[in-house]
Design a protein around this ligand. Structure first.
Ligand code: SF4
Length: 350
């Protein structure tokens, strides 16, 4: 089956997606690369960053997550950062060339008393001329509307896995809770960032289920993070079997084919991937990465390694509108060279 249509579809069947997974590896990558080139510059990769504004002590029981209060890790919990401190970090990120500032909090959902601070953070970040993104857990419609009214551009909320496997990973909130939050985000007019985690012990049918749920939404998420589980000691998944790396690449390729206009993000777990594996993921259609020393609470490849890999592969950071090629490349390369920016993290989860 060829998946060479330029237009996104929303009617994928499990059999059709399984057939993609079962293609010979080279055929699958060729199809994914063909689709990718219809919608994106094949040599451009978006570079994203995230600040943890509230770390650890999360009441949810996500089995992969070192921030869950149910898991016994040595992570130090931190209260919600002060608005002033967050804006200082945003300003620093802007001065290093960031165009989007993402903020993550380890909450089940924001409490009413948190909302004014969160809204002030969004407004402050927007006043700097940056795009704003947040991941705060579940949102009801009023909360989503409040964030949208404050100017929030993107909201991240991952499905993690298939509906069928979900109960083996999280018991404190349902798959439908997550879908409801995503719908509330869509209703509010914000853009959606939503993906999952591979290597949690799921089967192929679960990876198919996750991708079909995303791809058959009326609107595809604008951003689709695909994470490789980072096994953290003290979490229930710390000894789960490793995922076959080619299965990870295949999932990236199928995500690209199913959601041809979305940014497919190579997210948590990149530290375990060598350069060749990452290059295969780019070939398969991944066109976004997080960079920095940490992804919220787990290690991420050192930023300088990313710059070197980009140079080896002839990849350029994706440009923002209105910036000249040279100026934009300079600021982003400066960002990537900065090893000491410890404020940039990524939440693989919330
Ligand atoms: S993944 Fe998110 S919601 Fe789940 S425990 Fe971690 S911070 Fe909480």
């Amino acid at each position: 089956m060829l998946a060479n249509s330029a237009q996104p579809r929303h009617d994928w069947s499990p059999e059709q997606v399984q057939a993609l997974f079962e293609l010979p590896f080279n055929d699958l990558l060729f199809q994914a690369q063909t689709v990718h080139r219809q919608h994106f510059d094949p040599n451009a990769v978006q570079v994203s960053t995230l600040l943890s504004i509230k770390t650890g002590a999360c009441p949810e029981d996500c089995k992969y997550c070192p921030q869950s209060a149910h898991n016994c890790t040595d992570l130090d919990a931190e209260r919600l950062m002060k608005v002033k401190q967050v804006l200082k970090e945003a300003q620093a990120a802007k001065e290093k060339g960031a165009t989007r500032f993402c903020m993550g909090a380890a909450w089940s959902s924001p409490r009413p008393k948190d909302m004014p601070f969160v809204v002030d953070m969004i407004k402050g970040v927007k006043d700097m001329g940056l795009e704003a993104c947040m991941t705060l857990g579940m949102l009801d419609q009023d909360q989503a509307d409040s964030l949208a009214d404050a100017g929030l551009d993107y909201y991240n909320h991952n499905l993690d896995t298939s509906a069928e496997f979900y109960g083996s990973i999280i018991t404190t909130r349902t798959y439908q809770d997550r879908l409801d939050t995503l719908q509330n985000v869509r209703n509010s007019g914000m853009k959606v960032c939503c993906g999952g985690i591979l290597g949690m012990g799921e089967e192929l049918k679960d990876r198919i289920g996750l991708l079909i749920t995303l791809a058959n939404m009326p609107d595809h998420p604008e951003s689709v993070p695909i994470n490789m589980l980072v096994k953290v000691e003290g979490t229930p998944l710390d000894a789960v079997d490793d995922l076959e790396p080619f299965d990870f690449v295949r999932t990236i390729a199928v995500a690209r084919i199913l959601m041809p206009k979305s940014h497919v993000r190579l997210s948590a777990g990149r530290q375990r991937m060598n350069e060749q594996m990452q290059a295969l993921c780019f070939m398969a259609g991944a066109n976004s990465i997080f960079y920095g020393e940490k992804l919220l609470t787990t290690d991420n490849p050192e930023a300088d390694s990313d710059r070197q890999l980009f140079n080896k592969l002839g990849i350029n950071p994706e440009q923002r509108h209105g910036a000249s090629d040279e100026a934009h490349e300079q600021v982003l390369m400066q960002q990537i060279e900065d090893h000491k920016n410890e404020s940039m993290f990524y939440d693989a989860s919330a």
